[in-house]
Design a protein around this ligand. Structure first.
Ligand SMILES: NC(=O)C1=CN([C@@H]2O[C@H](COP(=O)(O)OP(=O)(O)OC[C@H]3O[C@@H](n4cnc5c(N)ncnc54)[C@H](O)[C@@H]3O)[C@@H](O)[C@H]2O)[C@@H](O)CC1
Ligand SMILES: [K+]
Length: 478
């Protein structure tokens, strides 16, 4: 039989249901569940083998296929002559797990007797559907406390696959989490993702699953065309309010993020603007709508330092009505929920919203959305209602499009949790929007560049230092 090489998709993020579909597709194509379990278990055993490097391993197995993986891991280690013992918290209940258990020929011990250095947690994986309580919870806690190192297979037992919520009290911390077949939302969502130091993916041959989300990877940014000039490279108009600092930060990262020209439309006289930033008072010689009618503008940014009074609202409405591709951030998001519904939905041009959790909840309220469900579902829902690309910020930033595309940021430095970094992200987003004209691409590129700038700034930085590092991040993506 002729086999097409399958496109491995190491950056796809699949929900539990999508993962089942992906596995079903593999099985329809002739791979049985036993083979998949062998692939998953043997792949995971490679990592366990490296981490344990000869130290005794305890494998904790549950009743489902996650437990089945555990039997394969234990047998693989035993075959290699590793000291391994297995605790069966519950007997295997699926056919694949029973078969894997029958092929394991090492010691099975009671939890109380298990003494090792490395715990491999195969109690529950993507089939966890309720709280882990009672004896099983106590067993996981006690074994975790007794082993120096802990490895979670697919997910720690006590994590909801699609939401990243915890379904156990006091989930242990793990040295490593080994995702099987594809990343799941819980690998890139809080609070789950704070419970391991490192994560690795084991390929089991899954193709790209239609409708799956992806991890945001390094963008590939092109140098300006040979005949480029400042307008063709993208003119960003920054609609500023009374807090000039935020507008200056956003303008700086917009300037370093690839656009050819940043014009700051100031509300008040501005001191301390750098020499390479063009500042225009509007209203001054021109009203703000007049300044925004310049058809060379490729993207408008409104929100950082805007304020929330009636003047701020007028300025935001001018930005909404100008028809250019638009990024709304910070105060503009708060004002948007107060604006008339028509203001929000009559726009046809590209629109990007950048809410953090509080702003997200306010926007949901103003769009009549329930705010219930997982973070990715909420972001997709808001994106669809607002007709906007949504960057849902936080320690687990993700990007959702009105058409249903979803992209997750890989874990980024926690040093980003300082005032002003949102302004830097907003400026970058506007810059990438001005360059690419594509709001989803702009948002994902900006999210990656923002995290990369943070990695390159190191520890304990200010937002102004982060904005300067946007230049280094751009170099890393060229
Ligand atoms: N389906 C496949 O083709 C493959 C699946 N794989 C593994 O299979 C896992 C999913 O397997 P399953 O769907 O069997 O699910 P799990 O092994 O995660 O567990 C499901 C079982 O646990 C029970 N259960 C769920 N929550 C419980 C709770 N709080 N307390 C007590 N019992 C609870 C369920 O009733 C069910 O019997 C993945 O995470 C992955 O590790 C891999 O082996 C690769 C191949
Ligand atoms: K597990």
């Amino acid at each position: 039989m002729h086999h097409q090489p399958h496109p491995i998709a190491p950056d796809q993020v699949l929900t539990a249901a999508q993962m089942r579909d992906a596995e079903q597709r593999l099985m329809d194509a002739g791979t049985d569940v036993h083979t998949l379990m062998q692939r998953a278990g043997r792949g995971a055993a490679e990592w366990v083998w490296r981490i344990a490097s000869g130290a005794p391993v305890t494998v904790l197995c549950g009743p489902g296929n996650n437990g089945g993986d555990g039997y394969v891991i234990a047998e693989t280690l035993r075959e290699r002559g590793f000291p391994v013992q297995l605790v069966a918290a519950l007997p295997p209940a699926t056919d694949a797990a029973k078969r894997a258990a029958s092929l394991y020929s090492g010691p099975v011990v009671d939890a109380a007797e298990a003494k090792g250095t490395v715990l491999v947690d195969c109690l529950f994986g993507s089939g966890l559907n309720r709280e882990v309580t009672g004896v099983l919870r106590d067993m996981l806690h006690e074994l975790s406390a007794r082993h120096h190192r802990r490895i979670a297979i697919d997910l720690p037992s006590g994590v909801a696959t699609d939401s990243g919520e915890l379904l156990i009290d006091e989930l242990p911390h793990y040295d490593l989490c080994i995702a099987l077949g594809a990343w799941k939302p819980a690998h890139v969502l809080m609070p789950a993702m704070a419970h391991w130091r490192q994560a690795r993916l084991v390929d089991i041959g899954c193709d790209t699953e239609p409708g799956g989300a992806r991890l945001i990877g390094r963008p590939s940014i092109a140098a300006p065309a040979a005949d480029a000039h400042k307008y063709r490279r993208g003119l960003v108009a920054m609609v500023a309010g009374p807090m000039a600092g935020a507008a200056l930060l956003a303008s700086r990262s917009a300037a370093l993020g690839g656009s050819g020209y940043v014009k700051l439309l100031a509300q008040e006289p501005l001191s301390g603007a750098p020499a390479d930033l063009v500042v225009l008072r509007a209203p001054g010689a021109m009203t703000l709508p007049q300044a925004l009618s310049d058809d060379r503008i490729a993207a408008v940014l409104c929100g950082p330092g805007l304020g929330r009074d009636h003047q701020a609202r007028e300025r935001m409405e001018a930005a909404l009505n100008c028809g250019h591709p638009l990024v709304l951030d910070a105060d503009a998001l708060t004002l948007l929920q107060l604006a008339d519904r028509a203001d929000r939905t009559d726009r046809t041009g590209p629109l990007v919203l950048t809410p953090h959790e509080g702003e997200m909840a306010a926007l949901e309220k103003s769009f009549g959305l329930s705010g219930k469900g997982t973070k990715p579902c909420r972001a997709l829902c808001l994106a669809q209602s607002a007709g906007a690309v949504v960057i849902a910020k936080g320690a687990d930033t993700l990007v959702a499009s009105p058409g249903g595309a979803l992209a997750y940021a890989p874990p980024s430095p926690s040093w980003l949790s300082v005032a002003g970094t949102g302004d830097v992200l907003a400026g970058l987003t506007a810059s990438r929007l001005a360059v690419t004209g594509d709001p989803f691409r702009a948002a994902t590129e900006a999210v990656w560049l923002h995290a990369e700038a943070a990695r390159r700034t190191g520890a304990d930085f200010t937002a102004a230092m982060l904005a300067e590092s946007v230049r280094d991040a751009m170099c890393a993506a060229l």
